[in-house]
Design a protein around this ligand. Sequence first.
Ligand code: HEM
Length: 423
Amino acid sequence: PAPSEIGLSSLEFWALPGEAREAAFADLRAREHPAFFPELPVPFVRPGEGFYALVRHADVSEASRHPEIFSSEPSATSIPDFPAYMERFFGSLINMDDPRHAKIRRIVSRAFTPKMLDKTEEDVRRRAARIVDELIETGPGDFVAKVAVRLPVEVICDMLGIPERDYPRVIERTNVILGNSDPEYTGIKPGRVGRVTAARALFKIIWAARDLHRLAAGLGRQRVENPTGDLVSALVNANVDGERLTVRELGSFFLLLVVAGNETTRTALSHALKLFTDFPDQRALLLEDLEGRIGGAVEEIVRYSTPVIFMRRNLTRDHEMNGHTYRAGDKVLLFYNSANRDEAVFEHADVFDITRGPNPHVGFGGPGPHFCLGANLARREITVMLRELFTRVPDIRAAGEPDRLLSGFINGYKRLPCTFTAP
Ligand code: HEM
């Protein structure tokens, strides 16, 4: 069957090469009616009520812009509704509507403004320089482990006040939580999901989430007594409607920041190397004027690779969009990858073009209250790292195909061999 017939519900679809998946989305965009999928593209949850796929840029934007109709409750990050025992670990602002969402987001949002990020840019640069030092010292190898994983995790952990000895723990727990459909992290083979293996996978996720909550609670206890100016100090001392965050709320917010702050940017950095290998003309353009073109390059990397594939919204009332009436209670998935290849908005959408402008991609989410809190931070990290790499090892290249994360949610690479000539 054609990829679009396999359906987004199946992990087989997400195992297809990128071009085949994008072709299927192009086919869905061309259809008159929105595509409805009766099942969930995750292997270990009970079948749900199905979802509509929003695949056009206009629809994804409209849904993002109208949270009163397209709600993030009960969940924006998970296709099935969280059962209560999951809710306590993942019930963070990304799965909330205003006004509570805005109040919680405000506790930390100042730390992510360009002005505050200016203050830490030098620190990010030093970290990137050290990572490249070690890359040069140790020689070619897996770009994901040697470079892409490291900067985002160091930066977000430092912002939260997580000590260095816990970085490996954070990486491992994030992999389990976001890699939850990949056999490497769950032990489940796609398509052969029995109840026992499903339960085991679920248990692993809960275990990882609980461990991050435990880390948050430990740091929180220290920061109540001795606030240090890090994000955990801000969270434990925040006052929302006259009350402190509960231990669970602290844990969920902490988990969101840790998870959202590292896997996504890691994905963008890994794709960047692959893209500048596959499109040598774009590499030449970038190297010709690194400072002038890096900003556009970062936006185009995020558009083209779309690290976060979708978010979910839930219809609060009947609503007509693009000739279809959605009903109250319907689930829709906002496929950012598809919106980012919509020819109605992007000329030659399948071409990686770092000089593209304007570039109204929705890689950080559509316009609205949930627009990625860390977008400016991610942009800085990618900019700083690429600048460092292309200045010091300008011939760095992917040396083969990536080992892709099997996931319908994150367009990730687990490993990507790289090669370069040491300076
Ligand atoms: C939200 C993508 C980096 C923290 C989002 C959303 C997307 C996204 C698509 C939209 C959620 C929605 O509309 O429901 C990305 C990509 C990144 C990235 C592609 C890197 C290239 C980061 C970083 C952080 C972060 C570095 C740092 C902590 C968050 C948070 C939210 C969010 C907290 C929830 C915001 C809210 O619900 O108000 N991100 N993100 N992200 N992102 Fe990012």
